[in-house]
Design a protein around this ligand. Sequence first.
Ligand code: GLA
Length: 385
Amino acid sequence: MKAYCIGSIIWPLLIGLLMTGLVTSCTSGRTGTYSQPTLKEAFKGDFLIGVAVNQAQFTGKDARGAALVEAQFNSIIPENVLKWESVHPRPDKYEFTAPDRYVEFGEKNGMFIIGHTLVWHKQTPQWVFEDDKGNPVDRETLLQRMREHIHTVVGRYKGRIKAWDVVNEAINEDGSWRETQWYKIIGEDFVAKAFQYAHEADPDADLNYNEFALETEPKRNGVIALIKKLKAQGVPITGIGSQMHARMDWPTVAETDAAFDALAKLGLKVMVTELDMDVLPSAGQYKNTDTAIGRLSPDLQARLNPYTNGLPDSVQQQLAKRYADLFGVFLKHRREISRVTFWCVTDTDSWLNYWPVKGRTAYPLLFDGNGQPKPAFDAVIRTVR
Ligand code: GLA
């Protein structure tokens, strides 16, 4: 009887203590008061969870953003500072201050550090392709410039940056070659050469081809044909990145699944490299313009930028479902997918606020403008069984 009485006091106490301990250990690494596991904890056995970071985040100027990155993610990619125009703005000038800070941030936090991007047709200065008189350079000159750039940038971070996006977006939607200056001046083998130079500079780094809209079959077929050819030639390519800049109605679950099925057959590492979800109405007709939303008619502004005062709950829930559906596909392919990277940390960081129209209010990510997790965050965490 006495034992029973003592037990009835002690057991609740013990259980209480145990619960407190559990809650405390579970909250370590969480954002603010949020009571979910972090993304990197949730997908630990499946794939790395990465994010594109901007300079304010990796230098700590944006302390809240930096803390969110540290808490939630175990892999990083620089949004801009390693693009050619930033790191190598003039022929004789490299800017390594920011990239150095980026790599230090990743190392301090024990993260998988990615380099992005070596050869691309965008954010590359025009001098790269021209001589002193503004005429196009010849093949040998451009190859020599490409080699010098890749050796200098990859060589500087040898052994520290573990994976590089070597070539970005070489193929059109119909599977044909994109007529970039790289392609026009060097020819098809500009891709093979870029991989060869990157491998010379760091033989241990993962070297990836990075592309968008691989869920579109003709484009995917063109990319797969290119990669098969590279492999047959012995080109040191180790992975394929599917960017996945998604929309609410594209790609479907079936299209996403089919894309990973096809990519997995290449026998390379497969990665989701730039995930976000555009909830705004399509404004594709403005993509090669410099249009600011404020310059459009009031009607058009209201139509193209409908959520200036916050995302309605119904859309918030649809966004959450879309993310959960896509993560369902990623988990199905977790044996092939080595990492999933979000393109930016919070909604306000996203490029979709200024592309294709400047000054819209976009909601493409898992964290809102205050760094708080959205319903999509919960939905993604819940996909883990
Ligand atoms: C491309 C590039 C990224 C980034 C995104 C969106 O997909 O690979 O570096 O610029 O577009 O801005």
